[in-house]
Design a protein around this ligand. Sequence first.
Ligand code: 8YV
Length: 330
Amino acid sequence: PSSKPRILIARRIFPEVVQRLSQHFEVQANDDDVQWNAQQLAAQLQDKDGVLTTGGQRIDAPLLAACPRLKIVANMAVGYNNFDVPAMTAAGVQGTNTPDVLTETTADFGFALLMATARRMTESEHYLRAGLWKNWSYDMFAGSEVHGSTLGILGMGRIGQGIARRGAHGFGMRVIYHNRSRLAAELEAECRASYVDKDQLLAEADHLVLVLPYTPESHHAIGAAELARMKPTATLINIARGGIVDDAALAQALAERRIAAAGLDVFESEPAVHPGLLQVPNVVLTPHIASATVPTRLAMANLAADNLIAFFTQGWALTPVNTPASTKFE
Ligand code: 8YV
């Protein structure tokens, strides 16, 4: 029997990354896109030292208790709301994520979704494909202005800053943001962004982009009360996590035109989408693809793999999200 650490790759990923990991570890790879449920994952993880997984897979105390050998969970995602971090730390399990490598790609997508939403690109394409385009009319798919408008950003981490730069430098937008903490003055200047409280952000944004982590505090950060504070002409963009927005309240606000439109890449119960969102025309919907370019997804997979390799060969992870007092190395 091999003395190499045993690794589970819980989702289908790039064959070249599976190959790389196989040079260091005894690898078992799920070749399927269907996510295992908790029981299936626990069964597969019984005899494993580490796992490479994705943002949807819950890592919690019952799972950790069932998998005593497990020492590291490498998430192929920057968001790690799927981790119960205190439970992992208490169990001596290292968690890692994939920051930085997806920042600019995700900011690009946030901007694409903002523009598609403001300019009604998918709604108008459906109209064209349905053969309904017969005439020009002055108000046909008239949308809202992007350049020169006020861009609001809720959550001003790396991706939020990327969106601010694109808006300020590329589109001459006035950028306002709200965040748990204010940015350093140099960063604010570089992003040409002004700090405001949440109420002012809601009231003044023409386009409000959500880029904050999903935590118990950010659950339904945008619900009926917040939507009511927004301009009736405003658009709302969510590239962060479902659960930050109350999808039922948003569907109702869109149906009643209390805000103009929304662009959503993430959903409360994805891959299921709230039926009210599927019924309204003034929403652009994409299936959680903001980080999905081939180079970025490859960089994410390689960074998750590098975390596993560094952890087992050098004893420390590259991009840890917790600091267990002791790991389970003998
Ligand atoms: C992932 C993401 O594609 O990085 C994140 O936080 O949401 C996406 O980039 C998804 O979570 C799968 O891991």
